[in-house]
Design a protein around this ligand. Structure first.
Ligand SMILES: [Zn+2]
Length: 290
């Protein structure tokens, strides 16, 4: 699945699709499903399982001279006692990346929008019992706020071990190798690729804004988990760490996408991957694309 923004090419590298219990949203009910069935069934909601479907993936971004991977999924061989659906995975993610003609050594930049378990996994892989960088020639861009928030040494020591594991095996080895670039989340990385702060779901979460030839895409990470949230911007997922800020950010992002005609690309919409947002009486309308 591909999209183009001017001379920037975006390809989805899917790692896996997981069911997600309806407790994802506290406000979910059968009436909402009935009203928005065409939007949700079958790709975003599976009535047989009574569950949402969530895609775990990366976006491969090719500019005329850079190869960038945005978010790196859950990764293989990682012990995840607190998130069993990501525990000790064995997927063919790297082979799927290779089908696009890109080997790990050809990736020259990795951007992690935030440091949750499903966005950092392929940063590293297990070699001789050590976690080593998967993308050996890349600069890894991490939000400084996220690093400070999740590093057990810097203050996250009282968090459950499960939340510390992704930091220890997928972030810390990158920092220790000297391959990390810590950013504030509002900089231009290269021409046409800018960061935009979108906190709430995670304190340092950042969106990636791609612009070329008058067109724009906005990779919004986990500002939304499901397309139903375009219709209900006040709905937070149960994973949003600061619900008040997450809601404010979601409205701001929807406004931005409507104002700029941006192709909105969340991380977890299963299919369609993303789409365009327009204003409608009382809210927003979502037009799937990609
Ligand atoms: Zn996520």
């Amino acid at each position: 699945m591909k999209a183009s923004i001017g001379d920037i090419e975006i390809t989805c590298i899917e790692e896996l699709v997981v069911p997600e219990a309806t407790t994802l949203f506290a406000q979910w009910n059968d009436d909402v499903l009935a009203q928005h069935r065409d939007l949700l069934v079958p790709h975003c909601f599976d009535p047989a399982q009574n569950a949402f479907l969530a895609s775990i993936r990366s976006y491969l971004v090719k500019t005329p001279n850079r190869t960038i991977l945005v978010d790196t999924g859950a990764g293989n061989n990682k012990p995840r006692p607190g998130s069993m659906r990501f525990d000790n995975l064995d997927t063919d993610y790297i082979a799927r990346l290779a089908t696009t003609g890109v080997s790990p050594d050809q990736v020259d930049m990795v951007i992690c929008t935030h440091l949750h378990v499903d966005h950092v996994g392929w940063n590293t892989r297990l070699v001789n019992d050590r976690w080593v960088p998967t993308f050996r020639n890349a600069t890894y861009v991490f939000p400084r706020i996220e690093v400070d928030w999740r590093d057990p040494v810097l203050g996250a020591a009282d968090r459950p071990p499960a939340t510390q594991l992704p930091f220890k095996d997928s972030v810390k080895p990158i920092i220790d190798s000297g391959m990390a670039r810590l950013v504030e989340g509002d900089e231009q990385l290269i021409e046409g690729v800018d960061l935009m702060p979108v906190p709430g779901h995670a304190p340092g979460q950042m969106a990636v804004r791609l612009r070329s030839q008058g067109k724009e895409a906005l990779m919004i990470a986990d500002v939304m988990h499901q397309p139903i949230q375009v219709h209900y911007p006040s709905w937070n997922s149960k994973y949003c760490e600061d619900p008040v800020i997450a809601t404010q950010t979601r409205r701001r992002v929807l406004d931005h996408c409507a104002d700029h005609g941006s192709l909105m690309l969340p991380t977890h919409f299963n299919f369609p991957l993303g789409g365009y947002v327009t204003r409608s009486p009382g809210g927003f309308t979502f037009t799937p694309h990609m």
